[in-house]
Design a protein around this ligand. Structure first.
Ligand code: MLT
Length: 409
């Protein structure tokens, strides 16, 4: 007799973005002529750059010739790509070994799967609000108790408060936890941790034999040279941190799919020897995953070339100009806005005492703009709302103009 994994029943609701999709379809059904403007999911909109397209062609053409054809690739990802990634870190003064890099099909799968190498009763700490994948993957794996409707929290998980008071970056927990998820630049708040803040977490993790899962998916949006783009910029982080990153927002690979994780050989936890966690992730990936597409990995190699990096920076600047336009429009009507300086997300306070979902409905009804309710990212997001800066300039301008002229405050 088969039974289900009943942990799925604990999940509080549908995944955030499908729920936004459901409400949007409902609205569109009753307002078929409304031209919707999507600033909800952080989905890239601008085409891949010429150098990247050339890289993808090269990858495709290699498959047409018996001399260059490849089937399954190197297990951790193509060696040339891992070496290029190590050089990418090296150029920023961060030493990462290609042996510690694992190429994948994106940061979302890696951030949900990485928990599988940790003990089933490890205590998990998440930023509140946080990208929902960190919580949901641990709920499914059985590391959380029931969902407490009143508190909008799972029992058994530790929520690290991110609020206006602490600039949306948490203090280290005042209890012992085992695995901590940090995302900087942050999704959803757009806040970026500084060196002192990251150091406090690295110190905490080393003291407690805990592990930091550092999601750096938006690192390329940092333009302030004083802000760290990798946790490995902090001394000792390679003993206690795994870093996850992606080509999605960096190079427009949201649909192409390519990412990487770094599991340092030096990383240890309470009961592990150096190298053991890295070997376990290798074992996990080679058992459950057959590697990223070889064509796409050639595209990734093109991203990391000097021309590719320069072209990607131009696209990132375009999105960051969108962020500036959104912020100045919202501020012009008196809304309080955070983020959007070194991150493609803006985090605004809902006006009056509106809940995040009430504001979602109001914005949709009055302005036809779709955003993301902050409460979908955890209880700490209640009373906030996220707007994404990914979009064509004319759509961003139209959305901001609708908000400025039509939103009734
Ligand atoms: C978001 O909107 O939070 C992200 O695009 C989701 C993701 O990258 O999976």
């Amino acid at each position: 007799m088969a039974t289900i994994n009943s942990n799925y029943r604990k999940l509080s609701a549908g995944y955030l973005f499908p729920e936004i999709g459901r409400r949007t379809r409902e609205f569109q059904k009753h307002n078929p002529d409304a031209r919707l403007m999507r600033l909800g999911i952080g989905n890239t909109t601008e085409p891949l750059t010429p150098t990247i397209i050339e890289g993808l062609y090269t990858g495709a053409k290699k498959l047409a010739d018996v001399k260059t054809y490849t089937g399954y690739g190197d297990e951790q990802g193509n060696t040339a790509l891992r070496e290029a990634l190590a050089a990418f870190y090296g150029a920023r003064g961060v030493s990462v070994s290609p042996d510690d890099i694992f190429v994948s099909d994106g940061a979302k799968p890696d951030s949900s799967n990485i928990q599988s190498i940790f003990g089933p009763s490890d205590i998990i700490a998440v930023q509140d609000p946080a990208y929902p994948v960190y919580v949901d993957s641990n709920v499914i794996a059985g590391r959380a108790g029931q969902y407490d409707q009143e508190q909008s929290k799972y029992t058994g998980l530790v929520y690290m408060d991110c609020s206006e008071e602490n600039g949306f970056f948490p203090d280290v927990p005042d209890q012992k936890v085992d695995v901590l998820y940090l995302c900087s630049p942050n999704n959803p708040t757009g806040a970026v941790a500084d060196r002192r803040q990251l150091k406090s977490f690295v110190d905490y993790a080393r003291r407690n034999k805990a592990v930091i899962i550092f999601d750096a998916s938006y690192s390329e949006y940092i333009s302030d040279p004083d802000l760290p783009r990798s946790i490995y910029e902090i001394e000792g982080a390679d003993e206690c941190s795994i870093e996850i990153n992606s080509f999605s927002k960096f190079a427009g690979f949201t649909g192409v799919r390519l990412g990487w994780s770094i599991v340092p050989g030096k990383l240890t936890v309470e009961d592990s020897k150096p190298g053991e966690l890295r070997n376990m992730w290798f074992r996990r990936q080679t058992t459950f995953f057959n590697g990223a597409s070889n064509i796409v990995q050639d595209g990734g190699l093109a991203v990391l070339s000097p021309a590719g990096l320069a072209e990607c920076q131009e696209v990132i600047s375009y999105y960051m100009e969108n962020a500036r336009i959104i912020r100045s429009g919202l501020q012009s009507i008196g809304l309080t806005v955070y983020g959007g300086d070194n991150a493609p997300y803006l985090w605004l306070k809902t006006p009056g005492s509106m809940t995040s979902w009430e504001f979602f409905d109001k914005l949709l009804q009055e302005t036809w703009v779709i955003g993301t309710p902050g409460s979908g990212f955890g209880p700490g997001g209640e009373g906030y709302f996220r707007l994404s800066a990914f979009g064509h300039r004319e759509d961003i301008e139209a959305a901001v103009s609708q908000i400025v002229t039509r939103l009734q405050l």
